[in-house]
Design a protein around this ligand. Structure first.
Ligand SMILES: *Cc1c(COP(=O)(O)O)cnc(C)c1O
Length: 778
């Protein structure tokens, strides 16, 4: 391990003359101190190092560095300093001065003095002395970038104390006593096991009392994420959601719940005993779930929904105590959070934004005002402001270990959150044995977002996503005009044209300037009535498509629900992508979602583009499934052997179109099931043998005891305590249509959670309350 890398952006690779020779010697001495040296002769070379070298610990920059071709009048050194400031917070920079030093210093703009930590006159001191200054600045920087908990943990690791406490593996030593343990130890290495410590290590602070380095790390996260207070949570954002739900609403109180919610939100309702009143998101022709439109969240609409809910009659009060909204949605739809808070504040004193997929929002100006912690006294003054909670799966889109999450709190005088009380909920849902490497990863994920580098990292993901989106659009256009092959190609769900708000100029999306798309939120707004998104009832700027959540569209249907004669159901595409080792996030009927997170590279998305082109060629050339999807043919030879990819696409498309799944789904969501009992009551039946798994053929009129989620749209169609409805009702018709699809296309099963499928018959079974347990039964 080196002590870091030092950029020497000092002009021509030195060697000639007294000045150059001295720089070369300084470089050698720097290496002798355990640092790696990267030489850059020009500003573009220095820029390449800055882009790729995250281990940079210091930079030595010559003011007169040759500029790049677009550098203008500014010396290359100035451009390098600016770039450093954009990517690194407080990276030590030493400026190399020519020998006529006095004039030089005065020639420099004032901002330079504020940016650099010192100056180097190569011939004035010995190389060893100058290298010593560089090394000590680099060392101090490497220490200073460490966030509080990780820094303390490393220091503790280095001390190598004997442990007399849990965990019993004692820094990994216990594993060495058996062959299987040894294999584990060798796989993960000593370092990880050494830092798996118990809470008895006082120097590291307490997660429950929020003291010491752990408390410092949480306070640092609150600052970075813009919260009043931040809590580190293990066991995922699922735990964070249950914690907040359990704290905000109590038995028989009303909770306003986005129907597009994660199952952990339902679990919170089971634990609290709340009575949910669901708010229904809009949907489009692809079957994608959209946002909750303003007409659903405003006070009068909420009052109507409560009045129409049979369970509300038994509620303690008709005033909701808690509202929860998913932001952004799975498909990357993010709200004007301040407006949503304003709308919901008229009904509820507490608003919870479930931001499981969205922890990066604060770090890029594209998302300004669109995340929970943006709602504060500055953006929403006055006594009506609700208390806001934002829960985030840090592991999902920032760099942190699985299961790590955060709860951010912005308390308002209207529903103040006293820390000691919230901490009871925190402890109730937490373990008393937190995994310290996981906590350290929360601390590090925070550190990575702190300062300019956070924006830099997110901007890179946004930029690559925009490049990918434009490349697909341009490729589609090229194919359409080539004339030598079928004109279809995959698309990306995005506007066809965008307007530059600065000039008013309109561009085709494919040709729009990259800088426009990556910096102007209005390019991504879901403008009311636009056909590309197909969601009704939106207002200007209310909802935005997040560029990093990329939905690929397949031919077959469009956002307004208009069918095409031939189609490529997305399940076939994703089965093919899997054979190319490309695993997507989610697949609906004609769309599939890929994420551009911080780990994206051009090589990675280039591979995806290549696979899409190959799929098209296989489809158009009549390739057989035996060759394209050999695994599926091997599993179901009678069904698929000898069938071509094109035939399968056609047959599946005809089935989807004939069954009219889109219309059925639409009805299943417009006509929500009748609520019969609160979720907690259903759960009590479940653990007291009051429920059974039954075939959907006999489920009419029964009360569901488990959540059922189908994809599309990936949101629950049935919640515990809701009636399954009549046989010819929307829900059972929809489930039967899915069942028949699964029977017709083995190997391409629908994604249904809460449904078990009989291996022999393909029958769907769901969990229902026994008839004699139904509330009101004798
Ligand atoms: C994934 C997810 C969760 C749960 O997060 P985990 O970290 O997996 O526990 C909560 N809400 C939403 C909307 C999610 O997508």
């Amino acid at each position: 391990m080196t002590g870091g890398t030092v950029l020497f952006a000092v002009g021509e690779h030195p060697g000639e003359g007294a000045h150059g020779g001295q720089l070369r010697r300084i470089g050698r001495e720097t290496e002798a101190k355990g640092l790696e040296v990267r030489w850059a002769a020009t500003e573009p070379e220095a820029r390449a190092v800055l882009r790729t070298e995250a281990g940079l610990a210091a930079a030595v920059v010559a003011w007169d560095l040759p500029p790049g071709p677009h550098g203008g009048d500014e010396p290359g050194g100035a451009a390098v300093l600016r770039r450093i400031g954009r990517r690194f917070k407080n990276l030590p920079v030493l400026l190399v001065m020519e020998e006529d030093a006095d004039q030089d210093l005065e020639r420099l703009p004032l901002w330079v003095a504020e940016t650099v930590v010192g100056y180097v006159w190569p011939l004035e001191d010995t190389p060893a002395f100058i290298a010593g200054r560089i090394a000590s600045a680099a060392h101090a920087y490497r220490e200073a970038v460490l966030p509080p908990f990780f820094k303390a943990l490393r220091r503790f690791d280095d001390a190598h104390e004997y442990s007399w406490h849990t965990p019993a593996h004692a820094g990994g030593v216990a594993f060495l006593k058996s062959p299987v343990g040894r294999a584990f130890f060798d796989h993960y290495g000593e370092q990880l096991l050494r830092s798996d410590l118990s809470i008895s290590v006082e120097e590291l602070g307490s997660l429950f009392e929020h003291t010491g380095p752990i408390g410092d790390a949480e306070r640092n996260a609150a600052r970075v994420f813009g919260a009043d207070r931040t809590y580190f949570v293990l066991h995922g954002n699922s735990t964070a959601d249950r914690m907040v739900g359990h704290f905000c609403v109590s038995r028989d109180e009303i909770a306003l719940v986005d129907r597009n919610c994660h199952k952990s939100v339902l679990h919170g309702l089971v634990i609290s005993g709340a009575r949910p009143v669901y708010l229904i998101p809009t949907r489009n022709g692809y079957g994608l779930a959209g946002p909750l439109p303003p007409a659903v969240t405003e006070a009068a609409a909420v009052r109507d929904r409560i009045a129409g809910n049979p369970l509300a009659g038994g509620a303690a009060s008709l005033r909701p105590e808690y509202a929860i909204v998913t932001n952004s949605t799975y498909d990357g739809l993010c709200y004007d959070a301040v407006q949503v808070a304003r709308d919901l504040a008229a009904s509820s004193p507490r608003v919870h934004f479930d931001e499981a997929w969205y922890a990066y929002a604060r770090f890029h100006p594209l998302y300004a005002g669109r995340y929970g912690t943006a709602v504060g006294p500055d953006t929403f003054p006055g006594p009506e402001r609700p208390t806001v909670f934002a829960t985030q799966s840090t592991h999902k889109l920032l760099a942190a270990l699985s299961q790590t999450a955060m709860v951010h709190v912005k308390s308002s005088p209207r529903a103040p959150v006293e820390h000691d009380r919230f901490n009871e909920a925190f402890m109730m849902h937490g373990t008393t044995s937190p995994l310290y490497p996981a906590l350290a990863s929360l601390d590090v994920a925070t550190g990575m977002m702190d300062g300019p580098q956070g924006r830099w990292l997110i901007d890179e993901a946004v930029t690559e996503a925009v490049r990918f989106r434009q490349t697909i659009a341009r490729t589609g256009r090229r194919i359409a005009t080539a004339g030598d092959r079928p004109a279809w190609f995959f698309g990306v769900w995005q506007p066809d044209t965008v307007t530059d708000p600065g000039t008013g100029e309109r561009h085709a999306f494919a040709d729009a300037p990259l800088d426009l798309l990556r910096s102007r939120p209005s390019c991504w707004h879901l403008e009311p009535g636009a056909a590309w998104h197909g969601f009704p009832g939106l207002t200007a700027g209310y909802c935005m498509l997040d560029p990093v959540k990329v939905t690929l569209t397949c031919p077959g249907i469009d956002a307004t629900g208009t069918w095409a004669d031939h189609g490529i159901p997305a399940r076939i595409l994703t089965a093919y992508l899997a054979t190319r080792n490309i695993v997507v996030e989610k697949t609906d009927s004609y769309t599939t979602l890929v994420l551009f997170s911080m780990g994206i590279t051009k090589g990675k998305w280039g591979t995806l583009l290549d696979a899409l082109m190959d799929f098209k060629a296989l489809h158009d050339d009549g390739a057989l499934l035996d060759h394209v999807l050999p695994g599926i043919v091997a599993a179901y030879p009678r069904r698929y052997a000898g069938t071509s990819l094109r035939e399968l696409c056609g047959a599946m498309h005809d089935h989807l179109r004939g069954a009219d799944l889109v219309t059925l789904l639409d009805r299943a969501f417009q006509e929500l099931p009748e609520p019969v009992a609160p979720p907690q009551w259903c759960y009590q039946q479940l653990i007291r043998s009051g429920t059974e798994r039954i075939r959907i053929a006999g489920a009419a009129g029964r009360t569901a005891a488990a959540m059922i989620t189908v994809t599309p749209p990936g949101i629950p169609v049935l919640m515990p305590g809701e009636s399954v409805g009549p046989d010819d009702g929307p829900l059972l018709r929809y489930l039967r249509a899915l069942e028949s699809f699964d029977r017709a296309f083995p190997g391409f099963r629908s994604e249904t959670h809460g449904v078990t499928v009989d291996d022999e018959t393909g029958d769907y079974r769901i969990e229902c309350v026994l008839p004699d347990r139904a509330p009101g039964a004798p």
